[in-house]
Design a protein around this ligand. Structure first.
Ligand SMILES: CC(C)(COP(=O)(O)OP(=O)(O)OC[C@H]1O[C@@H](n2cnc3c(N)ncnc32)[C@H](O)[C@@H]1OP(=O)(O)O)[C@@H](O)C(=O)NCCC(=O)NCCS
Length: 158
């Protein structure tokens, strides 16, 4: 995708809920963090086509939610959002970017590693009905069950 721009979003977060839903199947979880941190959006014309939420705690910025509209994926918008997040986090004096995703989501694991993230740790049985996730949910045939954390150093060249 060319002709998109990225900016900080200071509007009503509810308007972004459909994009947050693309990144998280639990409405309960989204309710708990929708209003936190800072949000960057990618726009094409006057249309928001992607978002990224950053929650910064001292030197660590957590990339808590990110999605690109389904019909705009695979064209570089996600990469551009990530680059903007890296620059934004550095401006906030963060030295590390942290992200978590489902171990089942192979596509996300590729995306994050292509953006310089490395595996940090795994938490088992995080995604279940107790936290608002559907029962027996499969991604690419793999049970949605465990969460993996990845991080990326923000020092040096990106
Ligand atoms: C993950 C996501 C944000 C990536 O955005 P995108 O705009 O499609 O990504 P880009 O086009 O910038 O791709 C950047 C690179 O990641 C790769 N990539 C992106 N999504 C991928 C996927 N699902 N599977 C494999 N590779 C993927 C691209 O092939 C590209 O690789 P390259 O550097 O070798 O060319 C997007 O797929 C999305 O919104 N997914 C649904 C929401 C979601 O799961 N969010 C993350 C929750 S943790």
């Amino acid at each position: 995708m060319d002709e998109h721009s990225i900016r900080r979003y200071d509007g009503d977060r509810e308007a972004l809920r459909p994009l947050f839903r693309e990144a998280d199947d639990s409405e309960q979880q989204i309710d708990s963090y929708l209003d936190l941190g800072d949000v960057l959006v990618a726009e094409h014309g006057d249309q928001i086509i992607g978002h990224l939420q950053l929650i910064t705690d001292h030197e660590t910025a957590e990339l808590n939610s990110m999605a690109v509209a389904a019909n705009q994926r695979g064209t570089g918008v996600g990469r551009a959002l990530m680059q903007a997040a890296i620059e934004y986090s550095r401006q906030q004096a963060a030295t590390r970017l942290l992200v978590a995703t489902a171990t089942a989501d192979i596509g996300n694991l590729r995306f994050y590693q292509r953006q310089g993230f490395r595996f940090l740790r795994v938490e088992r049985d995080v995604f279940g009905t107790a936290t608002g996730y559907p029962d027996n949910h499969l991604i690419d045939g793999i049970p949605l069950r465990d969460r993996v954390w990845l991080d990326r150093d923000l020092g040096g060249e990106s």
